[in-house]
Write a protein that binds this ligand. Structure first.
Ligand SMILES: NC(=O)c1ccc[n+]([C@@H]2O[C@H](COP(=O)([O-])OP(=O)(O)OC[C@H]3O[C@@H](n4cnc5c(N)ncnc54)[C@H](O)[C@@H]3O)[C@@H](O)[C@H]2O)c1
Length: 556
């Protein structure tokens, strides 16, 4: 029985048969020998996911001082049913990731079809042809309970497997650059011994040429620039490795404008990534308690933050929205905690703020379910069997990345409470976290296990027609600041819904004028960190029910 891999748009690709591997390796050998005659270095990027696919294109687009392509890139990807489709798509010049950055499809098409400096493959034999290997496979952190990052562990399986395969295949002089965010200590204490052991098995006496340099990619409007035109930190396991990684990065990214920071040891580069993201997670988590304070005391936290941000020392304050999703911030601090014990062998418990921040961020979205319940109750509608529309599945604005988005938790909790959920997102075709919740992101990773009554969510489909989806909704939850939602007219929303609705603003999407209008239309409005909505509601009531003083209503 042939097995197939389906792309997010539903395109079907047959997985390779055993006899396809030799054919594929022969194809690569032929291409590579031509590329070598053109003086190009051969770079294999392992893992063509969110980071690897665009990094591969950035390297393939690099040119020498004469404006000629200097690298030939092979994107290598496991041919699993979940991921194989990325290979044939890339080979057509189509990005396997969706993005708001128009440079992503242009660059991938240019490198594959015009410059012919980029190809993708499923065979690990590609590693035999590499001068440089860039590792962009995932290294997950598995959480065993919701809101307790300490109860979890690093999942190094894919990374360790990749390192073994690298050690079995590369030539001894190949530079291996780990870009994956790893538990600090991994390059020297996990990767180095694995590759060295494989080298010794092959009778290679040389030590591996190994380095670490983490990615700061943001898959949004500046996707390509966040890889190519941005500051990098790097470090090698020895002087030769450091020299090689500096040379490579200088050839492929814009280090003239964004100078490299070279650290003494890979553990410092690895720690820089974890601290950078833990810092960000912490400043976001810190605002959660002030968000609750604001809701209970008539304060609009959005205006408060804007007032503070004018002070240059505080300009990086950001409103946390319904939790902090994305692949990195929810897990990276966990990799640090885990490394302290399981790589470095310490028994004491030095971490307080980092795990607390992650736990706060991981559960912040649950409060949205409470706001929705309360708003509906104020309208005399029970949450059970209410029709609720979530506007935005992805974790940040104007991208199609749903990984660990706050919206997922909102949908799961409200489903548990008996509501009927609908979702709209112009950037997301399929919300695999639900459609394939038994196996995506992996069988043990799904957040499904923390909630009851989740089976029906397999049938949840992401709607694209906003007006149609609004029809019949009892509540609408604005979860993400997608540009499509910023200027929605309250009159039009209520008309499409067919009557007054509960409106929940999770991300400061509604200005005061819109909030007022929703109240005038008979709606109920609540928002994360937006305690001032009660004041607006009272003003509207005062106007319509003359004589009733503000502040006497008790249902809030
Ligand atoms: N996504 C981001 O915004 C971002 C930002 C900065 C850093 N990072 C880090 O970059 C790394 C990669 O993240 P990502 O978002 O690209 O993950 P991803 O899951 O999108 O991609 C990883 C890819 O590696 C493939 N893979 C796994 N094992 C393999 C193997 N043995 N051989 C070949 N391919 C294999 C997977 O199939 C997948 O396509 C992670 O460490 C992440 O923390 C990600």
């Amino acid at each position: 029985m042939p097995e197939y891999s389906f792309s997010p748009t539903g395109a079907k690709f047959k997985l390779p048969d055993p006899e396809d591997y030799l054919k594929e390796f022969n194809r690569l050998k032929e291409v590579v020998s031509k590329q070598r005659t053109l003086g190009r270095e051969i770079v294999v990027v392992l893992g063509v996911g969110f980071v690897g696919a665009v990094m591969a294109a950035v390297v393939a687009d690099a040119q020498d001082g004469n404006g000629n392509p200097s690298k030939f890139v092979i994107g290598m990807q496991r041919p699993s049913a979940r991921s194989y489709w990325k290979i044939p798509l890339l080979n057509l010049g189509i990005p396997p990731v969706s993005s708001e950055d128009p440079e992503v499809p242009l660059m991938i098409n240019r490198c594959v079809n015009e410059k012919k400096t980029l190809t993708a493959t499923f065979t690990h034999d590609a590693l035999k042809l590499a001068d440089v290997v860039v590792v962009d496979v995932q290294c997950d952190y598995l959480k065993e309970s919701l809101g307790n990052v300490r109860n979890g562990r690093a999942d190094m399986e894919a990374l360790e497997e990749s390192l073994e395969i690298i050690g079995q295949n590369i030539s001894p002089e190949t530079l291996v650059l780990i870009e994956t965010t790893v538990a600090p200590g991994t390059t020297e204490q996990v990767a180095y011994p694995i590759i060295k052991k494989m080298f010794r098995k092959r009778g290679i006496e040389r030590d591996p040429l190994l380095a670490h340099s983490f990615e700061r990619v943001m898959p949004g409007k500046n996707y390509v620039a966040s890889i190519r035109d941005f500051w990098r930190v790097c470090s090698g396991v020895n002087e030769e490795a450091t020299r090689s990684v500096v040379k490579f990065l200088k050839e492929v990214i814009n280090t003239e404008k964004y100078p490299l920071t070279v650290l003494d040891r890979p553990i410092e580069s690895e720690t820089a990534k974890i601290v950078e993201n833990s810092f960000r997670a912490t400043i976001l988590a810190f605002l959660d308690e002030w968000s609750l304070f604001a809701e209970q005391n008539g304060v609009d936290l959005i205006k408060v933050i804007n007032a503070i941000k004018v002070r240059p020392t505080h300009s990086n304050m950001i409103f946390p929205g319904p939790g902090i999703g994305g692949y990195c911030l929810p897990k990276d601090g966990g990799l640090g905690l885990w490394a302290y014990r399981h790589i470095h062998g310490f028994e004491d418990d030095i971490f307080k703020i980092t795990p607390m921040a992650i736990d706060i961020n991981d559960t912040r979205a649950l409060h949205v379910a409470q706001l929705t319940r309360d708003a509906l109750r104020n309208m005399g509608r029970p949450i059970a069997s209410a029709e609720i529309l979530v506007l935005g599945a992805s974790y940040r604005e104007d991208v199609g990345d749903t990984r660990y988005s706050g919206s997922e938790l909102i949908v799961r909790r409200l489903t548990e409470m008996g509501a009927e959920l609908k979702v709209h997102d112009p950037y997301v075709g399929h919300w695999w976290e639900f459609e394939k919740q038994d196996e995506y992101p992996a069988s043990s990773h799904s957040l499904k296990k923390f909630f009851r009554g989740q089976e029906k969510l397999k049938d949840l489909r992401v709607e694209q027609d906003l007006n149609k989806t609004l029809n019949g909704a009892d509540a609408v939850i604005f979860t993400v600041r997608h540009k499509h939602y910023l200027n929605l007219d309250p009159d039009a929303v209520v008309k499409s819904a067919g009557g007054a609705i509960a409106v929940i603003d999770c991300f400061g999407i509604l200005d005061d004028e819109k909030i007022r209008r929703y109240f005038e239309l008979g709606c109920e409005v609540k928002g994360l960190g937006r305690g001032h909505v009660k004041r607006i509601k009272d003003q509207v009531r005062l106007k319509t029910q003359s004589g009733e003083p503000p502040g006497l209503r008790t249902e809030d």
